[in-house]
Each structure stands twice: as C-alpha cells, then as structure tokens.
Design a binder for this molecule. Structure first.
Ligand code: ADP
Length: 381
C-alpha cells in the first residue's frame, strides 16, 4: 500500500467544460478517504482518474514517489470494489477470491496461502467452500473485497459499496469494512453520496461540488467547522438552519449581529472580534444545527431565548423534529422523543452563540475557516 496524491488535477471530457478542476488531494498511507458529494459532483471521475480508467487533462497523480499519471490501469495496481459485487455465481468463496491469482497462473501453494490469509482476515472460514450464491448480500460483498485484497493492491477503491444493501446489512458491513481497513492498514478511497456512510467509515472526508473540492477534513472537523455554505447544508440530518443576518457593530463585550427580523445576538469576541473583518460586507448567514436549538431551562443563563410557536411536529422514534416560526425565520429543532409537543404550542428555545456558524453571504465562506486552517476550494486558506 502507498500514499496517493492528486496535484492540481483537472479533467475535461469535451475539451470545454471541466468535470474536475484544480483538485489537490492526499490519501495518506493506511487511511480511508471518502469522496462525498451530490450526483454529478465528480466523485466517479476522480475515482476513474486515480485508477487510470480515464486520463487526466492536467496535473499529476502520485502513488508514493511514483508518478502514475501516464500509466494504464493494469500498471497502477489498484483494486476496485463495486456496489454489484460481480462475483462468479457458480464458484465457491475460495475460488472467487482465488480467481485473480489463477488468471495470473500463480503457483497453487502461493494461491492457497494468499487466499487463506484473506479468508482469515475477512472471517470467512466457515463459508470457505460454500457457493457464493448461497450467501447474504453482506457476505457476498466481503467476498468481493477478498478478491480485491488477494492481489495485494497498492490502493483499494470502494465505489458505493453498500448501495445494494438493506439497512441492517449496511450497518454490519460499514463497521466490517472499517475494521478491515484499520486491521490491514489499507490505503483506501471510498466514493459515496451518503453522508452517514462517509462519516461512519472514513478517516477524512473530501466534500465535492461541481467538480471542485469544498473541504477535506475529519468527520468531526467537518461537522464542527464546515468551510462554506455548501458543506454546511450538505452535512447533517436534518440540515443546518441557515438564517439571513447582518453585522451591526463590534462592541467591547462582543460582535453584535441581527438575525432575521432584528433578533440581536452577541458573538464572542474570541474568535469573532478578529474574524469579522474578513466579511466582504455586513451581509451574513448564520447557521444553527437543529440539535443546537435547545429548550430554554428555567433560571438558565441563556444569551438568547425566544418564545416561538410550533408549526410542524415530526415524530421519528427516539427524537422529534419540530418546525418553529421564530423571529429569526423558520427554525428546525431536534428534541428527544417522544417529546409530547403539539402543533400550535408555544415553546421557549435558547441558542448559545458558541453553537452558531457564521458565513459571509457573498463568498459563502465560514468566517472562521482561515482561523483554524481548514482547507477550502482546494487551497489552504
Ligand atoms: P458523480 O460520480 O459525483 O455523480 P461524475 O464524475 O460521474 O459525478 O460526473 C461529473 C461530471 O462529468 C458530470 O457533469 C458528468 O455529466 C460528466 N461526465 C462523467 N462521465 C462522463 C463521460 N464519460 N463523458 C462526458 N461527461 C462525463
């Protein structure tokens, strides 16, 4: 396994428009990097460029110290795991995993050793000689991972590997792939449109939109400090509330902003006192995650409390999602369920200034993006 680096990579299929533009990305040795974004954002193109199925239009792709930009797929030693496991239905688990080695005319004893090692790693010993048709979808996908691993690739790429699974299989295989990835120190790239998959499996996530990298960071960093409005609205379920706001003034006790119909909020001077100067105008967007709109506590010391009517109650089992008509604008709130709240009821909600995210309305960038050194739009800000 090696580290993989994309340096200023671009791809145009038609010579006019770019499917990928100025992509700088690293997948470290032994790391799982997820490429995440909506349909058409360029995930598959990136995967094909790394695998050598498509050629880059500009830039460079490095596998360790080796420039593979001009190499064909066969010379790159990349293994792929697809959503439809593409197994040979008439063969056993052992023979499916052994297949890539048989076509290479590997010695029998070497095949036995290599396949045995992979079967142990994937804990497939009990079904070693079973026909793959008899296995569940999750077990079949493990066999296809085994077939990818047996060749000892430099890099393994997972292309929407769980799309065909039902919910229970997904949960099982997600943790199985993550365990395997750590145990075998696989350098791996995961392509997915599913944020839960990316967050639960990957060490770092590269969020893409329209062929451009928006942010690359750990799942926790992306949740805590989304680099821009696209990332803020794409990650999180229900999505973050985004509210129009205006900068009022910087005071000795904090940075005063007005949200919606004049609700004033004081942002802490540290870090906003310095960061606010990065705003290109007084037009801001304030983001609040639904789980950070909290029920106000009696005698609690809250910076901001609002009494708001409930417009919609959606019960989701262990939690409820409430839609509120607040003076800040329409707010979505998540509370523990069953909450017993009903439509039309008034509720006192509190927002802590430390929980909000502040974006420049014009550039869409998080005002704190540069403060913490997160990567936006493919460049260090
Ligand atoms: P994703 O995998 O995120 O859905 P893709 O990489 O498939 O995105 O697509 C990115 C862009 O490149 C889209 O605009 C798509 O239409 C275009 N594209 C992808 N493959 C081809 C192709 N073979 N020929 C022309 N355009 C393509």
């Amino acid at each position: 396994m090696v580290a993989v680096e994309l340096k200023n990579v671009s791809k145009s299929y038609d010579g006019k428009t770019f499917a990928i533009e100025g992509l700088n990305l690293q997948c470290e040795y032994g790391e799982m990097l997820a490429l995440l974004g909506p349909s058409g954002c360029g995930k598959s193109t990136t995967l094909k460029l790394i695998a050598g199925i498509e050629r880059i239009s500009g830039g460079q792709i490095m596998f360790g110290a080796r420039d593979v930009s001009q190499l064909d797929t066969a010379s790159r030693n990349v293994a792929m795991v697809f959503e439809d496991y593409a197994l040979y239905p008439h063969l056993s688990v052992f023979e499916n995993i052994a297949f890539p080695l048989r076509v290479r005319s590997t010695l029998h004893s070497d095949i036995d050793r290599a396949v045995g090692r992979v079967i142990d790693l994937l804990e497939l010993q009990e079904v070693r000689d079973a026909n793959v048709r008899k296995l569940s979808g999750g077990a079949q996908q493990r066999v296809s991972i085994g077939r990818a691993l047996v060749r000892e690739p430099d890099l393994i790429m997972f292309d929407e590997p769980l799309s065909h699974m039902d919910a229970a299989q997904k949960v099982g295989l997600r943790s199985e792939i993550a365990r395997l990835q750590k145990a075998a120190k696989l350098t791996s790239v995961l392509v997915t449109h599913d944020q839960t998959e990316a967050i639960s499996m990957a060490d770092r996530i590269a969020v893409m939109d329209k062929g451009v990298l928006q942010q690359v960071a750990t799942p926790a960093e992306i949740y805590a400090r989304p680099a821009n409005l696209f990332v803020a609205s794409f990650i999180g379920e229900p999505p973050m509330n985004l509210l129009e706001a205006q900068l009022l003034e910087v005071r000795s006790e904090g940075v005063a902003i007005a949200i919606g119909q004049g609700v004033e909020l004081l942002l802490p001077l540290q870090p906003y006192g310095a960061a606010i100067h990065r705003a290109s105008s007084n037009k801001l967007v304030v983001g609040v995650r639904p789980e950070h709109v909290r029920l106000a506590q009696k005698n609690g010391h809250h910076a901001l409390v609002m009494t708001t009517p409930i417009v919609v109650v959606e019960t989701r089992g262990d939690h409820d999602v409430l839609q509120l008509r607040s003076p800040m604008g329409r707010l979505v709130m998540e509370v523990n369920g069953p909450s017993g709240f009903a439509q039309g009821q008034l509720v006192n909600v509190a927002i802590d200034p430390h929980d909000v995210h502040v974006f420049d309305a014009q550039t869409t960038c998080n005002l704190l993006a540069g403060v913490t050194g997160v990567v936006t739009r493919g460049a260090q800000t």
